[in-house]
Design a binder for this molecule. Structure first.
Ligand SMILES: *[C@@H]1O[C@H](CO)[C@@H](O)[C@H](O)[C@H]1NC(C)=O
Ligand SMILES: *[C@@H]1O[C@H](CO)[C@@H](O)[C@H](O)[C@H]1NC(C)=O
Length: 295
């Protein structure tokens, strides 16, 4: 009994070590096979073929599925006409480089690689109010499923979107902004965009104190041979803030100035009270000017 236990105790760690080391080797082999599919055969240490679109059939464009996820609205600048937001663009496509997917059962499902090791779509936000550069950088790794060859890349972005402000009904205004993404220098015969969903992903959205989201939509349109993914957001001003800070004081002061007639004419305070009410209005107007957008 005792010897059997001792034997078990000495064997179990060995078995564990062995299985973990073989797993590591197998995972390493998966990475090697992925990098091999991408590297130049002649000079393995030089740059890879990551700029070639991974299609098995060059007459069929590669569809890239996109969906915008919103994390928060940083603010809306009514004077510059810009909406600041933090979000991420979820991009998915099928990579048919080399022998992915192949019939061989893979030891691991997913490998996580740098975006420059495999092909990634060059997608830019064309109506950006600051810089127009491709979505995603080396901070964000690519998730490569070896069994299905599905690749998923979800880089975050801090975007400043040019957006025409509509202040006609301030403070009951509704703003309508659009994020427009397109495939850079690869037209519809090479890359097409598809939608993961007709709405934005708001699962991780942090509610904004000033703005309330009314509606989010997404659609694909074609302009000059290129696919554009348009993500539209409609948002309203949160009214409570203005009701408490503007509408309420104005109503109260108007009501109060009416009380001037209740004062007995003999007391001689009517003029003083009237002037005080008007001065209060002046102070309130000054405050309102700060809230009012210049547009
Ligand atoms: C990203 O898109 C893919 C494909 O549409 C989907 O399977 C995945 O769940 C999405 N991820 C998130 C976090 O929305
Ligand atoms: C895409 O561009 C190529 C040349 O760069 C052109 O031959 C082809 O007609 C274009 N396709 C579309 C759908 O515009």
């Amino acid at each position: 009994m005792n010897t059997a236990l001792l034997w078990l105790m000495s064997v179990v760690p060995v078995v564990l070590m062995q299985s973990s080391s073989t797993t590591w080797d197998k995972i390493k082999a998966e990475y090697v096979s992925l990098y091999d599919a991408y590297s130049h055969a002649s000079s393995p240490d030089s740059s890879t073929y990551h700029t070639i679109v991974p299609r098995s059939d060059a007459t069929v464009p590669l569809p890239v599925s996109v969906r915008f996820e919103l994390f928060s609205i940083g603010g809306f600048d009514a004077v510059d006409g810009a909406l600041n937001l933090i979000g991420s663009l979820n991009m998915s496509w099928k990579d048919e480089t080399g022998n992915f997917p192949n019939s061989k059962t893979h030891e691991v499902d997913t490998v996580i690689v740098d975006y420059s090791s495999v092909w990634t779509p060059v997608i830019v936000m064309v109506n950006s109010a600051d810089s127009v550069s491709r979505v995603g950088d080396s901070t964000y790794k690519v998730r490569f499923n070896l069994r299905t060859a599905e690749v998923n890349w979800k880089p975050r972005m801090i975007a400043k979107v040019a957006c025409e402000p509509d202040m006609t009904y301030f403070p009951f205004d509704q703003q309508n902004c659009e994020l427009s993404f397109t495939t850079w220098f690869q037209n519809r015969s090479i890359l097409t965009l598809t939608l993961g969903s007709s709405e934005w992903n708001l699962d991780n959205y942090d509610v904004n104190g000033v703005w309330e989201i009314e509606e989010t939509t997404a659609e694909i349109s074609e302009v000059g041979g290129y696919d554009y993914a348009m993500f539209t957001i409609k948002f309203n001003r949160n009214l409570m803030y203005f009701v408490i800070n503007l509408v309420f004081p104005v109503l109260l002061l108007s009501l109060l100035s009416g009380f001037v007639f209740i004062l007995p004419a003999a007391s001689g305070e009517r003029v003083g009270f009237g002037i005080t009410c008007f001065l209060s209005f002046m102070v309130l107007l000054q405050t309102i000017m700060i809230y009012m957008p210049q547009t």
